[in-house]
Design a protein. Structure first.
Length: 290
């Protein structure tokens, strides 16, 4: 059995499609099908099953996937140790706001140090990032959370990341003296991130605990879209400070003087506790630490 078959198997499991896996790997679909069939003959079990148009792993396939990830990771480790390689691929799972506003300068420094390194940034939902770090599909995860993301992972707090309530210039809340309290948000039109977003849940919990009646006018998954809606006077929104710094500096957005002890986040870095730490991964972690 060739390691290539395990790489193909992992890609099919990730894409849940023979066709998409073939496109990603640059193979003909018939080649992908042949490799999976050879694996199934090798192990004497079916690795995938179809439910309508959906392709998913069988229970034996789920077991093999976990082992395949470990075997491929060990193979990559052996290549770097034996060949003293510092290239390869680093896959980072994170959210849109960190990918767009926090990571770029660190990625530039990493690329300068390891010019042959391929860097993949995967912006996903928080729960999916945690799951993929556990499964070994992502080398490292970065999230904003108020607590360690998962006890099964090695998690480290990098820094506190402020959350700010933003409004367009001229909004009535910008005229208040003495700060904006939770009660001032009663009846205010809000622009929210998607339901899976951690800081949205945190914000809503605080509002409900104070019996604040709030109106969600727009629900958007992209922080850029949220900023544009706020700047066009469609409501106020809670976002990480790093997302809005440029617009605030230019006077296109106002940060409301609003704080609450239950609305705070830390930038969390996490890896699988058994993850093999390549030189680029270690260097990336050192860059992020203050």
């Amino acid at each position: 059995m060739e390691l290539t078959y395990l790489q193909t198997f992992r890609e099919v499991a990730k894409r849940q499609s023979f066709t998409r896996a073939a496109e990603e790997l640059g193979y003909a679909q018939s080649s992908v099908t042949m490799q999976i069939q050879k694996l199934e003959r090798e192990y004497g079990v079916s690795l995938f099953e179809r439910h309508g148009r959906l392709l998913r792993l069988t229970p034996p396939g789920e077991v093999l996937l976990k082992l395949a990830v470990q075997m491929l990771d060990l193979y990559a480790q052996s290549k770097e140790i034996v060949g003293n390689q510092v290239g390869g691929t680093l896959t980072i799972g994170t959210i849109d706001s960190l990918a767009a506003y926090y990571l770029p300068p660190y990625l530039q420094q990493l690329r300068e140090r390891f010019p042959e390194l391929n860097i993949h940034i995967q912006a996903e939902r928080e729960s999916l990032i945690i799951s993929k770090v556990k499964e070994g599909e992502f080398d490292i995860g970065l999230l904003l959370d108020g607590k360690p993301v998962d006890p099964a992972l090695s998690c480290e707090t990098i820094r506190e990341e402020p959350l700010v309530l933003i409004a367009p210039p001229g909004h009535p809340l910008t005229q208040l003296s003495g700060g904006v309290g939770v009660d001032h948000l009663n009846g205010v039109e809000l622009i929210m991130s998607e339901e899976s977003c951690n800081y949205r849940g945190m914000f809503e919990n605080v509002l409900r605990a104070h019996n604040v009646s709030f109106l969600i006018r727009f629900e958007l998954g992209n922080p850029e879209a949220i900023k544009q809606c706020v700047m066009n006077g469609l409501g106020v929104a809670l976002l990480p400070q790093i997302v809005v710094e440029e617009e605030v500096r230019r006077g296109r957005l106002k940060v409301l003087p609003f704080t609450h002890p239950d609305i705070r986040f830390d930038l969390q870095l996490f890896v699988h506790p058994k993850k093999w730490m390549s030189q680029p991964l270690l260097a990336f972690i050192r860059l992020l630490k203050p």
